[in-house]
Design a protein around this ligand. Structure first.
Ligand SMILES: [Zn+2]
Length: 197
């Protein structure tokens, strides 16, 4: 079952308490290559980016990303995070910038034997376009299934971790209530107490 597959990044010890279902986890994990809370960026240099992208099947055997490609992927990642923050009620996602960024990615429709359409990246384009296309295909599919808006970025400004909000009314704000949620509550409490707002 796809739900049983391993999510998160091997050997990092990074928490993934609220994993997205199915292949949407690929988008979540891509955004979570950057860990603001604990520090660390799996796309921080071209060599590690190559290893990590290959780990999740985003690169084909022997393919590598160079520095210019790495930078484009990081820029795309942070724009994606902006969308996940928008899902969490935080304004400021730059859709125009993102739309420019994804304009070179091409997708095509393929039908399965059951008649179900599937989106997949056009393979004849560059490596960044293919990776972006692969992730966009997951985004569009998640949107069709009503799951995309449940993928959110944590509201803790020092965290911004991507999590899947499975709550009934989609009201989740934090990747981890005990850490990010509690931290926010404490600060609000202190601010109220000291009268500063
Ligand atoms: Zn958090």
């Amino acid at each position: 079952m796809s739900e049983m597959r391993e999510a998160g990044w091997r050997g990092t010890g990074w928490d993934n308490l609220k994993p997205a279902p199915g292949t949407l986890a690929l988008v979540q994990d891509f955004v979570n290559t950057r860990n603001y809370f604990r520090g660390g960026d799996l796309l921080g240099d071209a060599e590690e980016a190559t290893v990590r992208l290959a780990e999740r099947g985003l690169l084909e055997g022997g393919e590598r990303v160079g520095e210019a490609e790495r930078r484009r992927l990081v820029a795309f990642r942070e724009r994606l995070r902006g969308l996940l923050l928008a899902h969490n009620g935080v304004a400021g996602a730059d859709a125009r910038d993102l739309n420019y960024m994804v304009s070179s990615a091409a997708l095509r429709v393929r039908f399965g034997p059951d008649g179900r359409p599937d989106l997949e990246p056009v393979v004849e384009v560059g490596v960044v376009e293919r990776i972006v296309g692969r992730l966009l295909a997951e985004v569009v599919q998640a949107e069709a299934e009503g799951r995309w808006e449940r993928l959110k970025a944590c509201r803790n400004e020092g965290c911004l971790w991507a999590f899947y909000d499975a709550s009934k009314n989609r009201s989740g704000s934090w990747c981890n209530m005990d850490i990010c949620g509690a931290r926010h509550k404490m600060r609000a409490y202190r601010e109220r107490k000291s009268g500063s707002r």
